[in-house]
Design a protein around this ligand. Structure first.
Ligand code: AMP
Ligand code: MG
Length: 319
């Protein structure tokens, strides 16, 4: 077993996964890699373990958690009255960055759903997460491994910086390949509704599965739907193009405010992959303002814009 920093264990080592599984069985929290962001995991069948997540994250009680399962067949283990749309989406996109909301069954405890009769389920696409789930023979709940409202972690180091020894084990599975949280689709409504944008877009689902996805209506139900979230300490400003970014950079520097530009042009995959690391890095260097050139509103660009808007809103509310 290789230990590179206190509680960070190399997820490629079989013995590290065993240690993580034993910790989960003892109702401890474990940070795990997924293809979206790092998750803070608790064993799903243990209400007392699930409760710890709310304490450690500072997450409001009643803010429901996503259940993570080992394979697509496990969807029916935790749900009932599955719609055709739910089955189709799981079949097509699992394992992958898509969370599906379905009617829950009795195996799902109230602590996970905040008492709702529905549950959000995802099958992650990361070899370390999959191996952990198979050995655990239980599902886990795993919100992002950061303090509530803050920037999500996309590396084991990010998790260690946020939580230090508060978490018994951090499994290192490298940098998250996607870098933003999963798409959330509520399949308990007809048509299904998108609650949070992610790597899989509503357009893509329409194109590939011929399922029409509506915008969300009703009460705010997902973190992605809160006005403020994903907030670094620095101020985030959004601009439409590089020229505006350069002008603004000069202004800010002239005012003595340290600032920098995030601009990935049309490279949406790279933008998603780097965004959270760049915001965290700016905070470390005590940058005052990050000026971000908005990506095109297509594919994962919609998810990136959504996160940026909320990060910018958080800053405005502090001013
Ligand atoms: P995260 O905050 O990244 O853990 O994402 C989980 C999001 O999924 C939360 O913001 C929840 O509001 C949303 N969610 C989870 N379960 C449900 C549910 N049963 N109904 C509606 N939204 C849900
Ligand atoms: Mg989160």
């Amino acid at each position: 077993m290789s230990r590179n920093k206190s509680n960070i264990l190399n997820g490629a080592d079989s013995s590290s996964i065993d240690i993580a599984v034993r910790a989960l069985q003892r109702d401890l929290l474990v940070a795990i890699p997924t293809e979206t962001v790092y998750g803070l995991a608790a064993r799903a069948s243990s209400p007392s373990a699930v409760k710890k997540i709310f304490v450690v994250k500072g997450r409001p009680i009643g803010h429901p958690l996503i259940l993570h399962v080992a394979n697509k067949q496990d969807l029916s283990l935790w749900s009932q009255e599955l719609s055709n749309n739910a089955r189709l989406l799981a079949e097509k996109y699992w394992p992958g960055p898509l969370t599906i909301i379905v009617k829950r069954n009795d195996k799902v405890c109230d602590e996970i759903t905040g008492g709702r009769d529905t549950v959000a389920i995802r099958c992650p696409n990361h070899p370390v997460a999959t191996e952990l789930l198979i050995r655990l023979t239980d599902a886990i709940v795993a919100p992002s491994a950061n303090h509530f409202g803050k920037v999500s972690p996309t590396s084991a180091r990010h998790v260690a910086e946020d939580f230090g020894d508060e978490i018994s084990v951090i499994l290192d599975g490298g940098e998250c390949s996607i870098g933003v949280e999963s798409t959330i689709i509520d399949c308990t409504t007809e048509p299904p509704q998108i609650l949070r944008a992610g790597a899989i877009s509503a357009d893509q689902i329409k194109r590939e599965c011929n399922i029409t996805i509506a915008s969300a209506t009703g009460d705010s139900r997902a973190s992605g739907m809160l006005d403020k979230h994903y907030a670094p300490n620095c101020t985030v400003e959004l601009v439409d193009d590089r020229k505006d970014a350069d002008v603004r950079l000069n202004q800010l520097n002239g005012d003595g405010r340290s600032s920098e530009i995030i601009d990935f042009g049309d490279d949406l995959q790279m933008f998603a992959h780097e965004l959270y690391a760049r915001l965290r890095d700016a905070d470390k260097r005590l940058i005052d303002v990050v000026i971000t050139v908005k990506p095109p509103m297509s594919g994962i660009g919609i998810a990136i814009n959504e996160r940026l808007e909320k990060a910018a809103n958080s800053n405005r509310s502090r001013e």
